[in-house]
Unconditional design. Structure first.
Length: 402
């Protein structure tokens, strides 16, 4: 069952706007309040020290000392758990904060009584929140032992002390696990950002290849027809007008192709590219031999056909623009389990490394599990071979007894 749009929008709003991301600082006041509320739930255990101060069992100086000590303890604890999980504090600040809460927990427990033993649980949680795992493994049990030692110095604290041992260990190691989860979440978020960047780079590369193939072919044809029209204008206005009409048609088709390439929906076909190749070669005054390339192969998948069509377009564009050839031959043949497109010309050939067009074409064929081969022609010229795998469908076996 598909959820309505308003449901998805509301869910996205809840996830992105209201709830702070794990391991990140709050981005607005609402997220800060939500995060503080979740942390504040665990501050309920502070009820024992607060109740001890409110009962009036201590002298006025002791009560003031306890209130100030508790305020400092809670402030430093929240700084470690609330602030450090979003933006890490410096090593010196973390050490100072941990020493402060350890000293306060010990002094307040010894001087004010067993109700303050619960501070040791918060110290264990702070250890788990900020210390590396290898340090937290011994710091949390050591703090629990120190809590037991402080409890032995306070009369009547044996029952409370035994009740806090498990929360101290469990809370500390649970917070250590949460810290590890935060680190993993950050790593996954960074990995996702890297994947998105790589996808964007791949899309830009695809778009560059498509625009090069589309505009290179179309602009070459427009240039040729413009030159023909210029030569025909003095004595053959009718033929020049036909060339201008062809220029308009090619430019309009190029505009449509560019729009489709940008949208990522265009997949050229061999039939269409063969027709375009015949027109381009004829306009350049090159004899085209395409009679062995007009058969549609039923086992050629669409992606592989698109790659071969791009290869044909790039090869014909290079023949028209760079080869100076008089004849160009295009053939389609089966080579093993591949369909091989061969484009051969009798021009001047080429030397040196491949340009952007052939490099992009090789990458495009590789994405379609194909490959590109180039070689000098015989006795001169240039030969391009693009191979793409065919999809063989095994014949169905007859049913037994028939």
């Amino acid at each position: 069952m598909t959820r309505p749009t308003w449901w998805r929008d509301a869910a996205a709003y809840d996830d992105e706007a209201d709830t702070p991301a794990i391991g990140q600082s709050p981005e607005n006041r609402r997220q800060a309040l939500i995060k503080l509320l979740w942390i504040g739930i665990w501050m309920a255990y502070m009820g024992a020290p607060v109740s001890d101060l409110a009962d009036g069992h201590h002298t006025a100086p002791a009560t003031v000392f306890g209130a100030l000590g508790l305020l400092v303890f809670v402030s430093v604890y929240l700084m470690l758990v609330f602030r450090h999980t979003g933006r890490a504090l410096t090593r010196g600040a973390v050490q100072w904060a941990l020493v402060t809460i350890c000293v306060l927990a010990a002094v307040l427990t010894i001087t004010l009584g067993d109700a303050w033993l619960v501070l040791a649980v918060y110290v264990s949680v702070a250890f788990g929140a900020v210390l590396p795992t290898r340090l937290a493994r011994w710091a949390i049990p050591l703090n629990t032992v120190a809590m037991v030692g402080a409890g032995l110095l306070v009369r009547g604290s044996h029952d409370l002390m035994s009740a806090l041992i498990i929360p101290s260990l469990l809370g500390g190691f649970a917070m250590s696990a949460v810290r590890q989860m935060v680190r993993t979440t950050r790593a996954l978020r960074e990995a996702r950002a890297t994947v998105a960047q790589l996808a964007a780079n791949e899309e830009r590369l695809r778009l560059a290849r498509d625009l090069h193939d589309l505009l290179g072919h179309s602009l070459s044809l427009i240039t040729l027809k413009s030159e023909l029209a210029g030569r025909m204008l003095p004595g053959k206005p009718e033929q020049a007008a036909q060339q201008v009409a062809d220029i308009e048609r090619v430019s309009r088709q190029a505009l449509v192709d560019v729009r489709e390439a940008v949208s990522g929906f265009r997949r050229p076909t061999l039939e269409a590219e063969l027709a375009g190749a015949r027109t381009a070669l004829a306009a350049a005054g090159i004899t085209a031999d395409l009679h062995r390339a007009g058969v549609h192969h039923p086992d050629l998948p669409p992606d592989q056909e698109g790659a071969l069509a791009w290869a044909l377009r790039e090869a014909v564009t290079n023949v028209v623009r760079h080869s100076g050839a008089r004849r160009c031959t295009v053939t389609l043949t089966e080579v093993g389990d591949d369909l091989c497109l061969t484009v051969t010309d009798d021009g001047r050939g080429t030397t040196g490394p491949h340009g952007n067009g052939l490099t992009g074409l090789a990458e495009r064929l590789q994405l379609a599990d194909g490959r590109l081969e180039t070689a000098p022609g015989a006795p001169h010229g240039f030969t391009l071979r693009a191979l793409a795998p065919l999809s063989r469908t095994a014949p169905a076996e007859p049913a037994p007894g028939r």
